[in-house]
Design a protein around this ligand. Sequence first.
Ligand code: NDP
Ligand code: MG
Length: 371
Amino acid sequence: MKRVIILGCTGSIGSTALKAIRENLASLQVVGLCAHSNGAQLASLAKEFGAEAICLTSGEHCNGEPARMYRGFSGLEQMLKDLDADIVLNAIAGFEGLRASLMSLRNGFDLALANKESVVCAGSYLFAVAREHKRRIIPVDSEHSAILELLKGRDRSSVESLILTASGGPFRTLERERFDSITVEQALAHPTWKMGKKISIDSATLANKALEVIEAAHLFGFDGEHIEVVIHPQSIVHSMIRTTDGAVYAQLGNPDMTLPIINALTDGSKNLVRRLDFSHLSLHFEAPDYQRFPLLGLAFSILERKGSAALAFNAADEVAVGAFLEGRISYPRLIEVVQKTVEHDWDAEIQDFQHILALDAQARDLARRLI
Ligand code: NDP
Ligand code: MG
């Protein structure tokens, strides 16, 4: 049985992974668990799954401590050194997840990666670390998981472009004039997926798709000219590829993260998701509106610019989404803060993790001053 360490185990992705394991959908043994602040849930999950070790990165203690307990990011590093496992699922939300991705690769684990921020912020540096340690990075994001499947066994030169689908979020049809009055509750109400708060807001602004365009470029080695985005409100088509002969291949399924999560952790499990029923299926596609959702277009200019603009985009977005969730800025201001931060000079090529930390702090500082 494959031994797995789950980081971000109390979140949306972590919970979906554990639910699948609880329901015996995958042959996986949970050996380590990590959360940030939710000590009570972490302790209860450790007990239920018989984890050997747990870590709370906030540095707090959790009551009961049913397993070996580690604290803080230094504790996580030690836990990864001490545990014997085959793979790490990194489902930490946000930039902090990058530290955990690098630690996992350096400690010799394959990485099932939900934390797209790791790829967006570190880019080729992350893949260089994986190569150095001879470890694999397997995407968990549903679009990238679909593309990985579609590319299997295919000659790279026969693929013209990757086509990422996007639900369009809750404001797909809302007029731009009404964006001023958007509330946090409206922005959090995603039409098809149930996710954490940050990614839900990003799905409303299409910043999530922007991050995914950059993620796809790094994961699969395609430039922006060969990545397309199509709006597909039902979220049944998880993504597609266009081949040079003109055909388009797609992966379809009910919207459920169980499939991409477990496919990243195992080599083929059975009956992961409810079978698709074609008798009531009606699929709609449309082109993205880059005027109303400018953050999506920004991803393509970032890919052209290279340097560290992607990292700045992520940092500004985290700061602006945080401020929007706290009711400190409006939805249109959120967009402006990200645009204006990215406009600055981000030509510096990423050298190492310390450099990434410095650039991230710089971008956050700038975004905060714009709020
Ligand atoms: P959630 O907000 O639901 O969960 C976040 C998890 O990360 C929690 O376990 C939380 O712990 C932990 N965490 C938060 N901050 C830190 C930190 N500073 N250090 C360590 N752990 C931390 O997020 P999601 O599950 O929605 O998303 C997780 C990642 O997966 C994101 O990168 C997201 O973009 C990506 N993703 C999510 C999808 C989804 O369907 N939800 C789909 C595709 C990708 P605690 O609860 O203790 O605070
Ligand atoms: Mg996705």
